[in-house]
Design a protein around this ligand. Structure first.
Ligand code: KG4
Ligand code: ZN
Length: 336
């Protein structure tokens, strides 16, 4: 079975071909980071226009790299939400047109479910390895803790009250004068810094509801910098990055492992753009080994937005008997 996946929820236009729900034959990603960087964040109008301009070419390239024709597809999957309305419209409308023209089924996919299942895309990981588990999904727009029984059967047990973890990385990076997106910048600068140099808050660390809050951390960094001389951030960049990163990582890891103990599961997964963070991966690996938990980290290739995870979710849904009518609309606020 060949499934075409289409992902356009934010600023990446991506198309992928997945074979039999396990082999990624192609995954083409066109990133718009350079178009949005001057504005310090994603501009929805620019994103939608760029998707529209390149979606046909990206799909063509994905089919070409997979070595198949559109008529060989068995299924077309696209992100339905959450995301930017005008961006989602481009991907879902294109998928509907293709499904209709080819006479093949359409699968509208929840982007967060794509992230949730993305660890399966790594070599040697099967769905049976993965479930049941506690999953942390950390991206630019979401911070979710999920208790997963099986594909399609999950309960969100914690989310953020304000900023997402990736948003915190990006906003704090901006305060430190770093380029957008700030997460990878903080990650690389932190490598030479001291994570204990500055003591930033770990909000809601013991919260029984496993809720997150990161806007206080951002404010605390801002107030701290305001009290320092003008060149302080530049002079202490590595230590500031390492200390901020440590505060975010500690909260993410502690809450996830607490939920795993509470739900009595032996498996933990981590996915979403922030799961690329090297310190987060390192601390999760060490703590899970210490506590006898199996850890599945999404491969960095499948952590940031990609269409392979959408094709994977679409294939799972199809196999589970879920059918999406062509009248299905986008849902920018779709919940997991
Ligand atoms: O999942 P994703 O590609 O897009 C959304 O669905 O939001 O995540 C993007 C987010 C951005 O906030 C980016 O700064 C963050 O992931 N990110 C990182 C790293 N790589 C990407 N954050 C921390 N460390 C990284 N290495
Ligand atoms: Zn995402």
């Amino acid at each position: 079975m060949h499934c075409l996946g289409i992902e356009t929820s934010c600023d990446e236009t991506s198309a992928a071909v997945l074979k039999d729900g396990s082999t990624v034959l192609s995954n083409v990603v066109s990133s718009q980071i350079r178009d949005h960087a001057p504005y310090g964040g994603v501009v929805p109008e620019i994103a939608a226009r760029n998707h529209l301009e390149c979606i046909d070419r990206i799909i063509g390239q994905a089919l070409h790299e997979a070595g198949i024709a559109a008529t060989d597809l068995d299924l077309v999957a696209a992100t339905r939400g959450p995301g930017l309305a005008s961006s989602l419209l481009v991907g879902l409308s294109t998928a509907k047109g293709l499904a209709c023209a080819l006479g093949k089924p359409l699968q509208a996919v929840n982007h967060m479910e794509g992230h949730l299942l993305s660890p399966i895309l790594s070599a040697g990981v099967s769905a049976t390895d993965l479930f049941p588990n506690v999953s942390l999904i950390v991206s630019g727009g979401h911070t979710l803790l999920v208790h997963v029984e099986n594909a399609g059967r999950h309960e969100v047990t914690g989310s953020t009250l304000d900023d997402a973890a990736g948003e915190a990385f990006d906003k704090i990076a901006k305060l430190l004068g770093l380029a957008y997106p700030g997460g990878p910048e903080i990650d690389s600068l932190a490598r030479t810094g001291n994570p204990r140099a500055f003591d930033f808050p770990r909000a809601l660390l013991q919260d029984p509801g496993h809720r997150f809050s990161f806007s206080g951390l951002k404010t605390s960094v801002r107030y701290f910098l305001e009290k320092q001389p003008a060149d302080f951030a530049a002079a202490h960049r590595a230590d500031l990055c390492a200390s901020v990163q440590e505060a975010i990582v500690e909260v993410l890891v502690e809450k996830t492992l607490h939920l795993a103990r509470q739900k009595k599961v032996r498996t933990v997964t981590v996915s979403g753009g922030v799961s690329c963070n090297s310190r987060l991966r390192e601390v999760f690996a060490a703590k899970c080994a210490q506590q006898g938990l199996r850890l599945f980290l999404a491969d960095p290739r499948w952590s940031t937005d990609n269409a392979a995870m959408i094709a994977l979710t679409g294939t799972f849904q199809f196999r589970a008997g879920v059918r999406t009518p062509l009248s299905t609309d986008i849902d920018p606020n779709l919940k997991l």
